[in-house]
Ligand binder design. Structure first.
Ligand code: AMP
Ligand code: MN
Length: 234
């Protein structure tokens, strides 16, 4: 059965949700032929300053994945044998070395993910946000390289998101111009607004700068390719 019939928001909300692929947690769980994956943004506030003058403001954890893309910790869960939150904790144990408890209140959104191939089952991704203490985040970063079984395998390393912007586009604009898995970039941007970690004006400015960086990167790649072709002919 499609989960879509279980819940009907009013028509304006509904068309918006349809467009974004968003669905309620109940609707999502009603889809029995769907695969489910859960990911989480772990974050904290910090008083630390970069170079002793640029406020870092927040530590937000993402990861460099095995496929070279940036994403959030988490993975596939099986709602027939575990709750979404238990499954996410299990994935966090593998990727971060700690079975961090995740509560239902930390659920932010569930969405249909774009299908990777026509033959694969539809995928629903569930996203969570968990605020922590700075010391806990630092302990997680240590555990992720020392005890997590996925370190060096599915996870190449945890990374902090620079949410500050520097002159010339360093920081958040540059970070946003990297490549992300699935909906991870929109999940990051939506969550920063949702948890008031950035203002809409700051975000808009960073995204505008990021698009310029992206154009520059594409020219850079073209130059590298041209150079490689020339070398190949020598
Ligand atoms: P993982 O085991 O973390 O790779 O995640 C399980 C599935 O979810 C894979 O098919 C990924 O391609 C997909 N996935 C991972 N992160 C995201 C994301 N942020 N948004 C949408 N899909 C994702
Ligand atoms: Mn994963």
């Amino acid at each position: 059965m499609s989960g879509r019939s279980a819940h009907r928001p009013d028509s304006a909300d509904f068309s918006q949700e349809m467009e974004s692929g968003q669905l309620s947690r109940v609707e999502a769980l009603a889809c029995l032929d769907c695969e489910h994956a859960c990911h989480v943004m772990l974050y904290c506030d910090t008083k630390a300053q970069l170079f002793g003058r640029i406020p870092i403001r927040h530590i937000i954890l993402m990861q460099m994945r095995f496929d070279g893309l940036l994403g959030f910790p988490g993975g596939f869960v099986n709602p027939l044998t575990e709750t979404l939150e238990e499954g996410l904790s299990r994935e966090l144990l593998e990727e971060l070395g700690v079975a961090l408890p995740i509560s239902i209140e930390e659920h932010v959104a569930s969405c249909h993910a774009p299908s990777s191939s026509p033959s694969s089952a539809p995928l629903i991704t569930h996203f969570y946000g968990k605020k922590m203490e700075e010391e806990q985040i630092k302990e997680l970063e240590t555990a992720a390289v020392s005890t997590a079984i996925d370190h060096g395998q599915e996870v190449l390393g945890m990374v902090r998101v620079p949410v500050y912007s520097m002159k010339g586009g360093g920081g958040f604009p540059s970070f946003l111009s990297h490549s992300f898995i699935g909906r991870a970039r929109s999940q990051l941007v939506d969550s920063l607004l949702h948890f008031n970690l950035i203002t809409p004006d700051q975000l808009q400015e960073a995204l505008t700068h990021s698009m310029k960086i992206h154009t520059h990167s594409s020219k850079d790649l073209q130059a590298a390719l041209t150079l490689t072709e020339k070398k190949g002919k020598c």
